[in-house]
Design a protein around this ligand. Structure first.
Ligand SMILES: *Cc1c(COP(=O)(O)O)cnc(C)c1O
Length: 356
């Protein structure tokens, strides 16, 4: 018997979430963002649920090749562009669309020998200050791209830093408009947060990632209530032991939890080597035998421990949901001081994953 821990990917939830994105941006095409192995869900496993998209956005050439092997003939966008001249051979072979955010990339394209022109997304730095041409350098870059025989269609693109928070997108949109003024061509601005909350930024292509997996762009579960998004991953395990602590007894490394009264504790087959965060504090939500309860004691490499006080009927073999439909991944993440994105991307290799 393998350990009872596994992750389940819900194909119907992925398809539902893509449909939610479409309803939010009905006049835009969608780049379904599947970087980082489809946010930890597995590219091949996520593909069937997302194949109604217009294109896929990702980072690795290997992932792009894999999508072609899976039979995807539509657009694939390299969200960071490429890194070496030899990458352009792969772009050419697999007919990929690439971001161009720097003169170094532009120069590589100018020098490249291609079988056909490459479609690009010319990236503006509108305030995120990671990648892209400044608004002042954007028009010259566009003119240079237009003059390059190796470049086909040019889409204008930028990325938001605060679409999920108070600051919003107004400043960046204004900067983008200033830099892109008078330049014709399709536009691509919106990530998940902007797809949900800033309809004026939808334009020709939106680029949702996290909402396809049913989690919140802001890391707050309440923020996506009523959107119809469904969690695409369930991480579940079982109790493999039950301990009854007497008052004053402790559990696990560091003895961080001290029983104030006689307390039943469940031991779950899931630890930080599975990707469950070691920093998860006492009180982090978890569901045991259909009842919500909390983590107690320190998460160890292969196990974690839970308070069975509210779970009267739980015993060895009881089902444990670490996150999923009943325990929102963002609630677990929030207890750990992070966001759902990080947890789903961190599910470890040793966790068996199946799609349903
Ligand atoms: C990751 C990424 C996205 C998707 O972001 P979400 O917040 O997951 O929607 C969109 N655009 C670019 C350029 C990205 O790198």
């Amino acid at each position: 018997m393998p350990r009872p821990l596994s992750a389940t990917i819900h194909t119907a939830a992925l398809a539902n979430n893509l449909a939610v994105a479409r309803r939010r941006a009905p006049n835009s095409k969608i780049w379904a963002v599947v970087k980082a192995n489809a946010y930890g869900h597995g590219l091949a496993r996520a593909f069937p649920g997302l194949r109604a998209t217009d294109g896929f956005g990702l980072l690795d050439l290997e992932e792009a090749a894999k999508l072609r092997e899976l039979g995807w003939a539509g657009p694939i966008l390299l969200l960071e562009g490429f890194f070496r001249p030899t990458d352009i051979d792969v772009i050419d072979r697999y007919s990929l669309t690439t971001v161009v955010h720097s003169d170094e990339q532009m120069r590589m394209l100018e020098m490249a020998r291609l079988s056909k022109p490459v479609n690009i997304q010319l990236k503006m730095n509108s305030g995120m200050n990671r990648l892209g041409y400044t608004p002042e350098k954007f028009r010259p870059a566009w003119e240079r791209a237009r003059a390059c025989a190796g470049i086909g269609q040019i889409t204008l693109m930028t990325h938001f830093s605060d679409a999920d928070s108070e600051r919003g997108v107004a400043e960046q949109v204004a900067t983008f408009e200033r830099g892109a003024q008078g330049i014709a061509g399709a536009r691509s601005l919106a990530n998940s947060a902007a797809t949900l909350w800033h309809p004026s930024t939808h334009f020709d292509w939106v680029r949702p990632g996290i909402i396809l997996y049913g989690a919140s762009p802001s890391g707050l579960t309440a923020a996506i209530e009523g959107t119809g998004l469904q969690p695409a991953m369930t991480l579940a395990s079982e109790l493999i032991a039950v301990q009854t602590l007497a008052e004053g007894q402790t559990i696990g490394y560091g003895s961080t939890f001290v029983a104030r009264k006689t307390t039943r504790i469940g031991v779950v087959a899931c630890g930080y080597a599975d990707g469950y965060p070691r920093v998860a504090p006492e009180g982090t939500p978890v569901m045991v035998d259909g009842v919500l309860t909390r983590i107690v004691g320190r998460v160890s490499m292969d196990m974690l421990t839970v308070d069975l006080t509210p779970c009267q009927n739980a015993g060895v073999g009881s089902r444990v949901e670490l996150w999923g439909a009943n325990v929102p991944i963002d609630d677990v993440a929030r207890a750990c001081g992070t966001i759902g994105y990080e947890l789903m991307c961190a599910v470890a290799q040793r966790v068996p994953v199946r799609a349903e």
